[in-house]
Design a protein around this ligand. Structure first.
Ligand code: DAT
Length: 171
């Protein structure tokens, strides 16, 4: 059976992991958090002293995922999207959160001022949305509000329905 690959992207804290895990449970698709994958496999190519975080080895991440992605049925969660092969994804969702809510979420995650401000700016300037429309066909890129538990439920229902329909249409 053919199944679609779904990309969940957006600024850190918008709710990608929460949505992705729940979606995988509901649909039986596989969930992959690229940050965790990199950490587990040590898929880094150095350390960024300014941002105080390891630098992702994008080529090795791609190699690591290629087989699973060609098979289909994978939900990918990452706060960037321009380095994945375009052909991997059948649909791309960019989650969006209001600044005040995002600020609270990142603060409770323990982010320091500099990192907090950078992420809030990333959301204000819709950096990831622009990255997504530059990297994928416009028709497959969708923004989803991710402010409240009601938003989460609605997004789950909509995406699960889209996945079911895709499977019907492609098998
Ligand atoms: P991300 O994976 O994008 O970094 P997350 O899934 O870890 O984000 O969520 C960050 C926090 O926000 C976490 O405490 C759960 C909460 N959250 C996620 N989606 C939400 C929503 N739609 N409404 C309210 N809170 C939400």
């Amino acid at each position: 059976m053919r199944r679609p690959n779904v990309l969940l992207t957006g600024t850190p804290g918008v709710g990608k992991t929460t949505l992705g895990k729940e979606l995988a449970e509901r649909t039986g698709l596989e969930f992959v958090n690229v940050g965790d994958l990199a950490k587990d496999g040590n898929l880094y190519e150095g350390f960024d002293n300014e941002y105080e975080c390891p630098v992702l080895d994008e080529d090795r991440v791609i190699d690591e995922l290629e087989d699973r992605m060609s098979e289909g049925g994978v939900i990918v969660d990452y706060h960037g999207c321009d380095f994945f092969p375009e052909r991997w994804f059948h649909i791309v969702f960019v989650l969006r959160t209001d600044n005040s809510l995002l600020y609270e979420r990142l603060e409770s995650r323990g982010y320091k001022q500099k990192k907090l401000q950078e992420n809030i700016q990333c959301e204000i300037f819709q950096t990831i949305y622009e990255e997504a429309v530059e990297s994928y066909r416009h028709e497959i890129v969708h923004q989803l509000p991710s402010n409240t538990p009601e938003d989460l439920e609605k997004n789950l229902d909509q995406i699960a329905q889209w996945i079911q329909q895709w499977i019907k249409d492609n098998n």
